[in-house]
Design a protein around this ligand. Sequence first.
Ligand code: BV8
Ligand code: ZN
Length: 248
Amino acid sequence: MERQIKRARDMIARATTVAAFSGAGISAESGIATFRDSETHALWKRFDPLKLASPEGFIEDPETVIDWYNWRREQLSEVSPNGGHLAFARYPDLVQITQNVDDLLERAGVNSDHIYHLHGTITKDRCHSRCGYEETVDLATAPGLRHCPHCNAFMRPALVWFGEPLPEAVWHKAEVLCSRINCLLVVGTSASVYPAAGLIEIAKSSGAHIIIINTQSSGVSDLADVEIIGRSGELLPLLLEGLSLSSY
Ligand code: BV8
Ligand code: ZN
């Protein structure tokens, strides 16, 4: 492990522009269930994802979907950022491209202008008919199923469900950044959801070094210049200590 960390640190030190790409694994040590981990707490094990995280599932059973998200919101309200989020927060010029919908990077102190939430955020509700109305919810006491005060359509979490397009502006910024940087830190993702996972290939084919941190190998392990198997909450502080990292 030490040899891998040293190789990765040398790669980061030589890089001029660095960005981070994260998935559910970076929040696992905070106690937030991941999506596909082998452990029993993986979210999908207990729920049918296509039923709950899709527009079809919402229309079929809006109450259950809202209750599931409010359960996740309550879980999020009771946890804190871990060593991985806090290590990243020490680099104000490092852009965080994340698939995660939680606000743990923000709570760790990362500037929200530098967090690209590709799949939206669980901290807000929006109108399902996209009339433009949205509002921030209190994670501990989020309201149940309700109607949009502007157009009376249902309100739902402001995140991207399966089969829904990613926010165009955020996606474009992430694509441009990944084609420009010369080092991408890929942290805690199975890289199984597209188009997000495609950003790793974009960075690779643009000549960036790919450094992967994960507790197990994944579908993109073959793209790694260095892959470090371990927990991001422990590894990121070791990996980044004393280095200067910027996305610009
Ligand atoms: C789109 C928000 C097109 C919701 C999420 C059929 C119809 C339509 C689309 C498709 C289709 N078939 C395939 C697709 C594409 C689909 C897709 O990719 N499906 C997959 C399942 C194959 N994609 C979409 O639908 C996307 N939209 O394609 O739209 C379009 C275009 C124009 C117009 C209309 C439509 C939208 C995808 C977004 C879905 N929403 N989240 C919610 O949160 O409920 S995705 C969800 O998965 C999360 O965001 C999550 O982040 C993401 C990816 O998972 P990971 O983050 O990687 O998490 P996972 O558990 O998988 O892995 C955790 C990793 O961490 C593991 O590797 C583990 O080893 C590691 N780990 C664990 N602990 C630690 C650790 N590592 C380090 N340290 C630790 N301590
Ligand atoms: Zn509306």
